[in-house]
Write a protein that binds this ligand. Structure first.
Ligand code: AMP
Length: 278
């Protein structure tokens, strides 16, 4: 496994793979890898000749300085984990390497970025699109793997691919959960042991809401979920919204595209997100 810290090093690996006619799978991550990331990495490795995994805490997608500073980083452990699953290339550049010059890209995703995470995190999706677009260009990947936990991110990335006609397949992967139901996340490391015990409630509340959805309207489900979080003082709910699975616009009744409940909630100073399909 090759570890590239420089863009040029990545480009020459990619050049070699292309000369050998190898298909390339790309997994973009911010590191502090866990089983959720590995589930995507293993799939990417299976479905492509080679796997490139990027590990980069992208500063321009953070709108909260403290969140950026506290974001867990552990490149040595990431490299070990990726080596074990036979990853071919780890691309772990510094911020100076990626943004030697102030990034000037501006993207527009219309209604897709005006809901859920969008209003809460100004500039976030522009930052995501900037790095993802650059990674797509540098890696020349045939497929890129994204997790459904970041549901809106997938919709944004698909729109990026459509707008710029990038020849890449976006592969959506299911959420990987700890045995108690908590979606694995790099941010979970920052939870205190007490908060970690409460955190599975997020998935529990959402699962229950899906059971109730057979006899409840979407506005009743929304009230139910909001109420369940408000009842528990440890949680500070940022939003819960039931949206159309494709347009991401809030809906009041079932849509032929499907419906997804998206939640962002603070626990112990950590912002956690999760989804539930209805
Ligand atoms: P991150 O390092 O948090 O930016 O995540 C990198 C990729 O891994 C994103 O596409 C995430 O959606 C995905 N991912 C993170 N956690 C999980 C999980 N628990 N299950 C599935 N995919 C995940």
């Amino acid at each position: 496994m090759q570890v590239c810290r420089k863009i040029d090093e990545l480009l020459s690996c990619v050049e070699q793979f292309k000369q050998q006619n190898k298909t390339i799978g790309l997994l973009p991550t911010m590191g502090a890898l866990h089983e959720g990331h590995l589930s995507l990495a293993k799939r990417a490795k299976k479905e492509n000749d080679v796997l490139i995994c990027s590990v980069f805490v992208n500063p321009i997608q953070f709108n909260n300085k403290e969140d950026l500073e506290k974001y867990p980083r552990d490149l040595d452990s990431d490299i070990k984990m990726l080596e074990e699953i036979d990853c071919d290339v780890v691309f772990a550049p510094s911020a100076e390497e990626v943004y030697a010059e102030e990034p000037t890209e501006t993207y527009s995703f219309g209604a897709l970025e005006q809901v859920l995470e969008g209003p809460q995190r100004p500039g976030h999706f522009n930052g995501v699109a900037t790095i993802v677009h650059r990674l797509f260009k540098w890696s020349k990947a045939d497929r890129a793997y994204f997790g459904e936990k970041d549901y809106q991110q997938i919709a944004i990335v698909k729109d990026l691919v459509r707008q710029y006609q990038i020849p890449i397949e976006i592969v959506e992967c299911p959420i990987f959960r700890d045995p108690d139901g908590l979606a694995t996340s790099s941010r979970n490391r920052r939870l205190s042991p007490e908060a970690r015990k409460i955190a599975p409630k997020i998935h529990e509340i959402l699962t229950k809401s899906a059971e109730l959805s057979h006899n409840m309207s979407y506005s009743q489900i929304k009230s139910y979920v909001e109420c369940e979080f408000k009842m528990r003082k440890a949680f500070d709910l940022e939003y819960f919204e039931i949206v159309d699975a494709k347009t991401l616009q809030p809906i009041r009744r079932p849509s032929e595209n499907g419906a997804v409940g998206c939640v962002a909630v603070w626990l112990d100073g950590v912002r956690l997100i999760d989804i539930q399909k209805y």
